[in-house]
Design a protein around this ligand. Structure first.
Ligand code: SDX
Length: 435
């Protein structure tokens, strides 16, 4: 039942001879909510919904997705317009405050972020003790958690000033942390942010500048990176955002809530998919596999092979972000003078999938992860850095959703119930009586 002017019919749940009325929460767009709060108390039943396919954990004003129509809006603004006209820091303010900022507010925010991109020498020590071969997402989670140790004045979730400071410190230092993780893996010195350079320029220079050399990238590089971060900025109640909300509902501080989001995002079914896509395309190329043969493996469930970068819990049509990235990929690679046969293979795989009943019947289309890795690779990022880049993009969404949850006066600690299907009561068995 989607949001429309029709009156919401009363919902009555009939259980045997008992009937209970359930209230509803009307959506402004999309699916209305059936409020099941009295269910357990009045019926002794709990709702069981593995993977939460039918369950809303909250009412939110931040992001709207229509999976059938392929619509994504941040605070009502279509992702296509934000990708074309906005900047990552402007989108961050939009997501957190709910409105596009006035020029003076945006400038003040950018100045505040610029001031805090720096990491102390104590903090920088962390990267020197991390295993060089650690996956960047493991190091990222550790570094984000450690922010709680370095900035104790910004930990109180119930103090608006502390939350505002933690927000700025988190957004300002994340690109520096991610650049240091990359530099450490490369064995290169850690660079300092430069006041006056833009957020994206600082991030790219701290990541890629080689000792004794200047780092200059064409404007198309910076614009593409900024746009990719915008496309990843929020996506309503996905796995990692739901993790951030749940951890924050215990009044854990912002840093440790975000670190939980980093952990969830690292999974190959979620943010880790962009790295998995590149590994999949490289496997097809390196083993000279015909994409049609590869797709037959995917369709054979016994193979256990998934088409990474395809499918989505909500989008049952083309992910609007994937469409934007696909359009960008050709232009960015050409502007960077990069020819990547993996892009050709990706196009071929997509064409096979979009004309094959297996994928059509299951409404499997490219998602945001299918093409992004091609662009990141053309920029010079190794596949292992793709998911940290996703985390950087998703950071404002995690923060905005966490702040919306913390500010909810009716908020409670998240504590799902279960349906117990284990042993009934039984007595302890002494060791000599066991088989
Ligand atoms: C992200 O939630 C978000 O918003 C996430 C995200 C965000 O911005 O936060 O959009 C980012 O995580 C994008 C998704 C990245 N993951 C991948 O690309 C990994 C590959 N895709 C999947 O594994 C899968 O599609 C999921 C995890 C994304 C969605 O899984 P669902 O909703 O649980 O769907 P499902 O596993 O129940 O699949 C339904 C059917 C099954 O077939 P049948 O059992 O009905 O025969 O579709 C099949 C699945 O086998 N299927 C796939 C497939 N995805 C689903 N078959 C082959 N390849 C795939 N990728």
């Amino acid at each position: 039942m989607s949001a429309d002017d029709r009156e919401l019919a009363p919902i009555r749940l009939e259980i045997g001879d008992k009937v209970i009325e359930l209230a509803t929460t009307r959506a402004s767009q999309g699916n209305h909510g059936m409020v099941i709060t009295p269910l357990l108390q009045q019926t002794g039943l709990v709702s069981l919904d593995p993977g939460f396919l039918n369950t809303a954990a909250c009412a939110s004003q931040i992001t709207f997705i229509d999976g059938d129509a392929g619509i994504l809006r941040y605070r009502g603004y279509p992702i296509e317009q934000l990708a074309e006209h906005s900047t990552f820091l402007e989108v961050a303010l939009l997501l957190m405050r709910g409105e596009l900022p006035a020029a003076r507010d945006l400038e003040a925010f950018e100045t505040r972020i610029d001031k805090h991109m720096y990491l102390s020498d104590d903090f920088r020590q962390i990267f020197s003790v991390m295993p060089r071969r650690a996956h960047p997402m493991a190091t990222l989670g550790a570094a984000v958690n450690m922010m709680a140790g370095f900035y104790p004045e910004s930990l109180d979730s119930l103090d608006p000033a502390a939350v505002s400071l933690a927000t700025v410190l988190m957004l300002a230092k994340m690109p520096t942390i991610i650049s240091y993780i990359y530099r450490r893996a490369q064995g290169n010195a850690l660079l300092y942010p430069k006041h006056g350079q833009s957020y994206i320029e600082n991030f790219a220079r701290m990541t890629f500048q080689l000792p004794g050399e200047r780092f200059d990238a064409p404007e198309v590089f910076y614009r593409a990176l900024d746009t990719l971060l915008i496309l990843h900025a929020d996506h309503e109640q996905n796995c990692s955002t739901s993790s951030v909300r749940l951890i924050g509902s215990a009044q854990a501080n912002l840093y440790m809530s975000v670190a939980g989001g980093v952990s969830a995002l690292s999974g190959p079914l979620h943010g880790g998919a962009n790295e998995a896509v590149l590994n999949m395309l490289s496997h097809i190329r390196d083993n000279d596999i015909d994409p049609k043969d590869f797709m037959n493996q995917v369709k054979d469930r016994r193979s256990g092979v998934r088409l990474m970068g395809f499918g989505h819990r909500v989008y049952k049509s083309y992910d609007p972000r994937a469409a934007i990235v696909k359009r960008q990929a050709d232009a960015v690679l050409e502007a960077l003078g990069v020819k990547d046969e993996l892009l050709d293979i990706a196009h071929e795989v997509e064409q096979v999938a979009l004309s094959d009943d297996y994928f059509i019947e299951r409404r499997l289309y490219p998602n945001v992860d299918f093409y992004t890795g091609i662009i990141y690779r053309a920029m010079g990022f190794p596949a292992s850095m793709f998911t940290p880049l996703f985390a950087l993009g998703r950071l404002p969404g995690w923060i905005a959703q966490w702040r919306e949850m913390i500010a909810d006066p009716a908020g409670k600690i998240g504590r799902p119930r279960q349906v117990y299907v284990g042993y009934p009561k039984r007595d302890y068995l002494p060791l000599d009586q066991r088989k």
